[in-house]
Structure formats: C-alpha cells, structure tokens
Design a binder for this molecule. Structure first.
Ligand code: F0G
Length: 465
C-alpha cells in the first residue's frame, strides 16, 4: 500500500522520517521519540465532525459495521494508518461522557458543567484498550508473533486481552509482560495471568521494567506495545473525539488527566493539534496533567525547573540533571496510585508538546487527597481506581487556585475501573495501620459489626441517618 501515513522524529532539529511500517521507537539519528504523521490531503477526512454520528446507525452491520462498533475505529479517518480489513477490534472505546452534577456540586461546579469520561468501561477495564486496538493492529500487520510491554498493570491486562482475543488459528500472538515485584494491583495481575500472558515479575519497579523490556524487545525481536510505540497514541486520540461527541462537538474548557508515563496526555495533545490544523474545531481546551506527589517528575521539571516544549527544542540538560539527581539520591517513585508510580515518563517530550498546544498546566496531589477524592467519585456513582482519582483531586486544587472557574466546562478522565484495585478501596473504608492518616478519612464508610440478633441489628440500623 502506498501509505498516507509515515513516522517522523519529534525533534525540530532532526525531523527524520521513517516509513509507517518501520519498527523503530526512537529516531536512529538523534534518539528522540517518533510521531505518526499523515498526508491529510490524501486522507478521506470529513469536513465536519458530525459525520461520525452516522456511524451509530451502522453499528454491527456486515462489512465495516464491525468497525463502527469500536469507539476507536469509528473515527478511522482520523487515524488512517491501516486498511479497514486490518483493523483489530474487541469492542474498545464504547465509553461515554457522563454528566456528573452531584460530584460537581460537591466540588462547587455549576450543574451541567462537569463531566467524567468513564474509560473504566473498556473491555479490559481501562483506557489502555483504545491504544492497544491500534498498536495490536500494527503488530498483526507486521506479522509479529510476540508482543511485549512493561506495566504497572493496566497496559499488561489490555495487551494480554488483545493477544488472547485477537489471535487467530493461523496467526497466534503471545503476550509477554514485565511487571515490577512490588505494587501491581491484584485485579490487573489476575487479568494478565488469566488471559495467558507470559508474565515476568522483575525484581525492580516500573522504571526498571521499562528499561528491560526495551532491551529485550530489541534483542529478541518482540513488538513493543508500551506508549512509546506511536501507534498506541493514535488509538488514545479517540478518547478526545468521544468527549467532543458527548458535548455535541463543542470544545470543553478543560481536560484533566492523571499523568504517569504520559501517553494519554501526549495522545490528547496530538488529537487537539490535528483537529485544529484540520479546521475541525475552532479552538482547543486547556489540559491539566496531574501527577501523584510521590511520582512527580513532570511537575518538578515543568513547574520548578521551567522545562518547556520550546517548539521541539527541549532543554535536555534539565531532564538529564533531574534524572542524575534521582539516581544520586536513590529516588524511587512511591504512591498509593500504583498505576502512575513512574519516575521516568517515556513520553515526556510529547507531553510537553501537549502542554504547549493547549496552554496546559501541571499539578501534583498527595496520596491522602487522591484517596479522599476516589471515595467521593465512588460515593457519587462512578467507581475508579486510585490513579484515576488524581484527575478529580487535581480539579479541586485548580478550583481553589482559581485557575479553573466554576462556570467553565470541565472533563476529568476516569482512566481505570474501580475493581482493578479493590484493596485500596477497602483499606480506605475499613482503615488499616499502614494508612498515613488512619483517623482522618472523611468519606470512609466502614461496615458495622453486629451480633446475629434482631434487636442488635435494629439498634445498629437506628444509628443511620
Ligand atoms: N491511570 C491509569 C489507571 C493507568 O493505568 C495509567 C498508566 C495512567 C492513569 C497514566 O497514564 O501512562 O498515559 O500517563 N498505566 C500504565 C500501565 C503505566 O502500565 O498500565 P499515562
């Protein structure tokens, strides 16, 4: 196929190009990340986003209706790197924007102005399926038999699901997962094991796994499925398209997302950049990326060291200095939001571009604040895992700082399902000695122990408000 897609180096001083099918996750000339780029003049891009609404009426029909069932491939004209016949789908991205007035009221936002993009409802329970549909399509197209990733849990669960559901008798694909030995939440580990992934539990953390999986993939010719694979980000762009669709194609004022390896933030920035360049939106929202305080590399570099995108000329010495000082002090990321316990985010440059494109901000929130907001999100009808709650905790902070106004339209991304990490939920409500603030959990809802006796039960019930 004379592809309308190719890959291009992110660095403004290099801009080396590579064919779409070339497997290269970093520029061979300068070591920067690669972007997927398109010759939009040759792509069949509709001139109005409303075009995509018509796809709802063809869902499930023979032929391309199979793709319209997918919240990723429904938007295939905006990520045109594969032929429709090649696109792999397991029903990812069938998630919708939820108006969350009760939680909004708790935060002081006007009714009708606060929304949650509930990505926990994906087939594997997290937003990763959006990106995995795209990257797995590429793995199949390139005829790989083994796919690999490092993970804090959700990437591995998603990749393992695609490898099991996306294998065919004549093209089986094996998933190989690198997880750290400490923190992976049980819900996520159980998925990787159940879907048949070969799982290596490395004696190290996510950053160590990320390094090793790159080395092993290069040496053993495994297809790397982490978000430094630029096709992952193509799939994750569609989260923004669905947000727009949920708002009747009106651009919100703010998008708030937790930041870990910074794949989502990067994908969102690229989505808005392209929509703007294609003339499909009149303006772009502002992006707020929220780090956990115990894993705050982006926050430190962006807010304390002044690191900026600088039109593709990032001051790498600021990054190197920071990483050297982390090494020198033996710093390791540590947070209850295990999904974002990452200190060397591989997509840092792309996230800086996203911040530049959207006039974005970065904040950090501590573990107690994350857990309190997770409980509030659950209380008002939308369960999520701890990392996801960083977005709402960050919103509270930005409202207090008056960076966000209560009249603005705000969308928080709930990245992962509550059942990914039920231990964290139960520990919050029941309390445990490890908790840093065992007494002060304002939204705790512990079970009440009662004797097996009707009078005792009635007495206990009478204490409820
Ligand atoms: N929320 C959840 C639930 C996640 O699993 C992750 C990342 C993030 C947020 C952060 O997203 O990396 O795009 O900035 N989890 C990865 C994993 C690292 O291995 O599952 P990001």
């Amino acid at each position: 196929m004379d592809s309308i897609a190719h890959q291009v180096c992110l660095s403004a001083d290099c801009r080396a190009t590579y064919a779409a099918d070339e497997v290269q996750f970093k520029c061979t000339r300068c070591g920067s990340l690669l972007d997927v780029a398109y010759d939009w003049n040759r792509a069949a891009v509709p001139n109005d986003l409303k075009f995509f609404e018509s796809r709802w009426s063809t869902v499930g029909r023979q032929g391309q209706g199979r793709l319209d069932f997918s919240g990723v491939w429904r938007f295939r004209e905006l990520l045109p790197f594969a032929e429709p016949t090649e696109m792999v789908t397991i029903g990812e991205g069938r998630t919708i924007l939820q108006q969350a007035d009760l939680l909004g009221r708790e935060l002081g936002i006007k009714p009708g102005h606060f929304f949650l993009q509930y990505e926990g409802l994906n087939p594997s329970g997290s937003f990763k399926d959006n990106g995995m549909a795209a990257a797995f399509t590429m793995a199949r197209r390139l005829a790989y038999k083994q796919v690999a990733c490092a993970s804090t849990g959700n990437t591995s669960a998603s990749m393992a699901l695609y490898a099991s559901a996306g294998s065919t008798p004549d093209h089986p694909v094996q998933a190989i997962v690198f997880v750290g030995s400490g923190k992976i939440a049980f819900g996520k580990l159980s998925q990787a094991l159940d879907y048949g992934a070969r799982t290596l539990q490395i004696d190290g953390d996510f950053d160590d796994c990320m390094k090793r999986v790159q080395e092993a993939s290069a040496k053993l010719n495994l297809y790397l499925m982490n978000s430094m694979n630029p096709y992952r980000l193509e799939g994750q762009k569609t989260i923004m398209y669905r947000v727009l669709e949920g708002l009747d194609w009106e651009v919100p004022d703010w998008i708030i997302v937790p930041g870990g390896n910074l794949g989502n933030s990067s994908a969102f920035g690229k989505a808005w950049l392209e929509l703007k360049e294609l003339g499909l939106v009149p303006r772009v929202p502002r992006l707020a990326i929220i780090n956990a305080a115990g894993a705050n590399t982006l926050h430190t570099l962006f807010n304390d060291r002044g690191l900026r995108w600088n039109d593709g000329r990032i001051d790498q010495s600021l990054v190197d200095d920071h990483f050297h000082s982390m090494d020198a002090t033996g710093y390791k990321a540590k947070t209850v939001a295990s999904a974002i316990e990452i200190s060397r985010p591989v997509n840092l440059p792309k996230a800086l571009r996203a911040l530049a494109v959207t006039d974005g901000v970065v904040r950090e929130v501590d573990d107690d604040t994350i857990l309190d907001h997770k409980a509030l999100i659950g209380r008002y009808g939308f369960g999520c895992e701890p990392a996801s709650a960083a977005s709402v905790a960050g919103l509270r902070l930005l409202l207090e700082e008056q960076v966000i106004d209560k009249d603005q339209r705000v969308v928080c991304i709930l990245t992962g399902h509550e059942l990914k990490d039920p231990d964290a939920t139960v520990r919050y409500h029941v309390g445990d000695e490890q908790s840093s603030h065992p007494q002060a959990r304002p939204h705790a809802n512990a079970p009440i122990k009662v004797a097996d006796d009707l009078d005792a039960i009635c007495k206990a019930l009478s204490t409820f408000e």
